[in-house]
Structure formats: C-alpha cells, structure tokens
Design a protein around this ligand. Structure first.
Ligand SMILES: *Cc1c(COP(=O)(O)O)cnc(C)c1O
Length: 495
C-alpha cells in the first residue's frame, strides 16, 4: 500500500489522507507515493466500458489506499456530474486520424483545473474525518489564472475551510480576472499582486515556512495548499489519461496495447507528471511531450540538463503557462533518481540560492528516455489555431495551441507516426480576444469580451458558450484588494 514520502528527507512515511491535508511536507518537499501501483493489461481492458467517475475511482483507489473504493466512488460521482457540461466529462475529439484532443475543460470554470479541484474538497473532507482532525484548513493559493478560480469554485462555502487566492494583477486574461473578482462565497478572498506568478508562488511558499504563522496565531486553522504541489491535486489528473486511451480503443482509433504519445501544454509540470505516473502504472505510452510557450525553461532543461531561471520572464497569450519555476519537476527528479532525497534537497537549495542547477548525465538520460520537449511562440500558436479551424472547424484556446504547434514541429523533426493525444487545457471562450485574433478577426473591433464570445460561438458551430461565462459581465465585482509582495503575509493574517 503506497504510503507517502517527502522528496527532501527520510522523515517517516504518512498516509494519503495526511498528505492531502498537509499539502506540502514540513521539510519543504513534496509528497509522492512510496511505490507506484501497477495496472495489468487485463485489468485495463476490463474497464473499457466504464464511465468517467467509475474509471477515476478505480485509479484513485490504487493510490489513496486509506480510502475505500466505496468512499472514492461517492466522491467521483459527486465531483463529475452535471456540474460538467458534457455527459462524458472529458471527451476525446478527433482532429485527424493521428491526432486527438482530450477536452479537459467542460467543468464549472472552463479549464482543466476543475478535473482535480471539483473532487479535492470531497477527498479533503473525508481526510479530516480519517485523521480525527478538529482543525479547519486555510488554503493559500497562488494562481497563474485558472487554479484560483477552480479552487474558489471547489471550496466556496465549505464549512471546513477558508481560502485566499493571489493572482498576478497584470498577468491573467480579462475573463480569468473577471471570473475571480466576482467570486461569491462567505469563506473566500481574492487578491491581486503587483508581480508575476512566480512572485505569487514564492510569496505563498514563504508564508508556509514563516514562523509567524504558528498554531498560536492561526488558532483553529492550519495552512495548506490547493496548488498542484498537493498530491490531492495531482492524483485526480491521472485517471483521464487512462479514460482517453480506452475511448480511443473503443472508437477503433487505436488497437488495445498500441503505444501512443501524449502532448501536454505545461506550466507547473503537474498535468504532464500525471501522464508520467499513468505510464509507469502501465498505460501504453511511448513519448511524453512537454509543450512550452516563450517561457521555454523546460525545453532548455530537457536539452541540456541545466535548469536556469536567470532569464527574462515573458507575458504570453497563454498566461497559465507563464511560469519559470515548475514545482512538480521536483517530484520527477525524486522518482528518476530512485528516491534520492539528498540530491533533490541539494538541487532545490541551489535553485533558491544560485538560481540554477545542473542534473547528472545519468538523470538527464533517464528523463530524455521518456520526455521530449518543444516550445511555440505567439505567432506559431496563432497559425496552428487558424489551421485547426480552417481544416476542421474546431477552435482551440491559446494554451492548447501551444501543444498543437509543438506536436507539429515534433512530427516534422522526428517523423514519429504514433497516434497522439493533446491535452486540451482550456475552453477557447476563456480567451476570446486571442482566439479571434488568430482566426483573422480584429478583437479591437469589439466593445467587450462578451461580444467576442458571441462571435466566437458563431464560428465554432458545435460548441456553445458555457453558461457561467455568458453572464460574467453582469456580476458585481466583490474583490478589489491589490497588494505588494511584502504585504502578502499581513493580508493572510487579517483574513
Ligand atoms: C494550469 C494550466 C496549464 C499548465 O498546467 P501545469 O499542470 O501547471 O503544467 C496549461 N493550460 C492551462 C489552460 C492551465 O490552466
């Protein structure tokens, strides 16, 4: 049964419920399962006709062994139901015979973060009971745009917690910002930060290790994280790769056992790491392809073995991937080094101190053996968005466009004929200005984002505007606080 260990020390392993409550280990490390569970081809095949909630519960049960399958089935049934606008929850859509989009954005906030953040509150509520905890949780969230809203929707009005979200004031799209500052709920606070996402994330990490935040000052609350550093955020992202694979088998797009490639538009390295775990469990995957925007730090890392944040930070049309510190890479380094926590601790302290680190040749080879990486700039993303629309009347958002463009470049370079799933991470309606611009329609022509959405709907025949986005501009703005990095701790204390 997988107990959970930290990537930075050999402190005793803990249960999955404890790992979900803590979010981050006391030594600053991230929790990973002590062993990775496996799924045999026979077992996988027997899941061919299961729906999403059932598939998801089966996979979660292999990792969260202190939960019963019954409990997990109840959680997945509640989390993946009519709060999603598609009956299949995350359908696979064919672009051409070799390329498929896994649409992960039919949840209540129109980005893939809902796949994890709709279920995390249920897992957490159970975890509190399992650990006999009478504490309440105080979620500190740093967001590059989508996590914040998805976490707010998941945790609003839940009695066992309160939640504060920090977003980069000038680093998210208009729709993303409007979604957050109109958030209702009695236990929520949303704050703009003068800085970029890495600043927000560092600010939050600092508060976690700040001795000012102790049981005396926090009272009945305990600080925790809803970012993908929390295992409870990452593990619900593993099942959809299995479901997508089985769907392709069912559609006769692939043979059972055939290896596929997976492309993931990547920021914090959570979503693609979930695909890596799926592969280790036995999912037939050939290459995992990391797709970056102009913040191409991971592409450079996969090529050279050096992770170097001494570079310019770019604001791009895919803001949720505007990240230089991809936190979940720490988990991969721990896994491929055979749980070498000493090495991981050293690398992470080099990153903090020297702003870069270099992995050994052996580690680099192990990573290159499974991952490819590429990046796409704004005009390449625009081109591929137009191409998808032109060839298939299918609109994609700017993040998914990074994935599609990187795949196109990868295919040209390698001639790899494998069928490929691209993780489609957000609805195009979340980024109407960028999408219309790519389709050759000048967004300057419109009075509001809402008018843009209406026109986008006309373009994308089969794809209706999600309800909650359609009424967004009628909602009152409830959150207006903007702060500097230095003011973050004070704001956390006073809420
Ligand atoms: C968060 C996000 C990403 C990046 O995912 P990671 O798990 O952080 O790598 C990509 N696209 C969208 C739309 C997102 O919201």
């Amino acid at each position: 049964m997988p107990l959970y260990v930290s990537t930075r020390s050999n402190a005793p392993a803990i249960s999955s419920a404890e790992a979900i409550l803590k979010g981050i280990a006391p030594d600053g490390g991230l929790y990973v399962p002590g062993t990775i569970p496996e799924i045999s081809p026979e077992e996988l095949k027997s899941w061919l006709n299961l729906d999403y909630p059932t598939t998801s519960a089966n996979i979660l049960a292999k990792f969260l062994t202190d939960y019963t399958l019954g409990e997990l089935s109840e959680c997945t049934a509640k989390a993946y139901s009519d709060n999603f606008s598609h009956p299949d929850i995350c359908p696979v859509v064919m672009l051409n015979r070799n390329t498929f989009f896994l649409e992960l954005w039919h949840g209540p906030t129109a980005a893939f973060k809902d796949m994890a953040l709709q279920i995390l509150p249920y897992l957490t509520e159970l975890a509190l009971r399992k650990c006999n905890s009478d504490k309440k949780l105080y979620y500190l969230v740093a967001t590059s745009g989508d996590t914040g809203k998805a976490a707010l929707e998941g945790f609003k009005d839940k009695d066992f917690c309160k939640i504060i979200v920090f977003f980069p004031e000038d680093g998210v799209s208009k729709v993303q910002k409007l979604q957050m500052v109109t958030q209702e709920g009695k236990n929520v606070k949303v704050v703009g930060v003068k800085g970029n996402f890495d600043d927000c994330q560092n600010g939050v990490k600092k508060i976690f290790s700040d001795s000012d935040f102790n049981p005396e000052t926090l009272g009945s609350y305990e600080l925790t994280s809803a970012n993908s550093i929390n295992w409870g955020r990452l593990v619900p992202q593993i099942p959809y790769y299995f479901k997508a694979y089985l769907d392709l088998v069912k559609q006769s797009a692939i043979e059972f056992g055939e290896k596929i490639n997976i492309v993931v538009p990547t920021g914090n390295f959570g979503n693609i790491l979930a695909a890596w775990y799926a592969k280790q469990m036995g999912l037939p995957v050939s290459r995992l392809i990391i797709a970056s925007n102009d913040n191409r730090i991971l592409t450079d890392f996969i090529e050279t073995g050096e992770y170097d944040i001494r570079r310019e930070f770019h604001l791009t049309p895919s803001p949720s991937m505007d990240i230089l510190i991809s936190s979940n890479l720490e988990r991969l380094l721990f896994e491929v080094s055979g749980h070498n926590w000493k090495m991981v601790g050293e690398l992470m302290s080099q990153l903090r101190g020297d702003k870069h680190y270099m992995v050994s040749e052996e580690i680099l080879q192990k990573i290159q053996y499974e991952f490819s990486a590429g990046y796409a700039n704004g005009s390449e993303c625009s081109d591929i968005t137009f191409k998808c629309y032109d060839s298939s009347v299918y609109t994609i958002d700017p993040h998914t466009a990074v994935g599609a463009s990187v795949l196109e470049k990868y295919k040209k370079k390698t001639n790899d004929p494998s069928k490929t799933i691209i993780a489609s991470t957000a609805s195009p309606y979340k980024f109407p200005a960028a999408v219309l611009d790519s389709l050759g329609i000048n967004p300057g022509f419109y009075d509001s984002e809402m008018d843009m959405m209406a026109d986008l709907e006309t373009c994308s025949e089969k794809m209706p505007i999600p309800n909650f986005l359609a009424s967004l501009d009628e909602k009152p703005v409830l959150h207006t606080t903007v702060c500097s990095l230095e003011e973050m701790p004070e704001i956390v204390k006073s809420f």
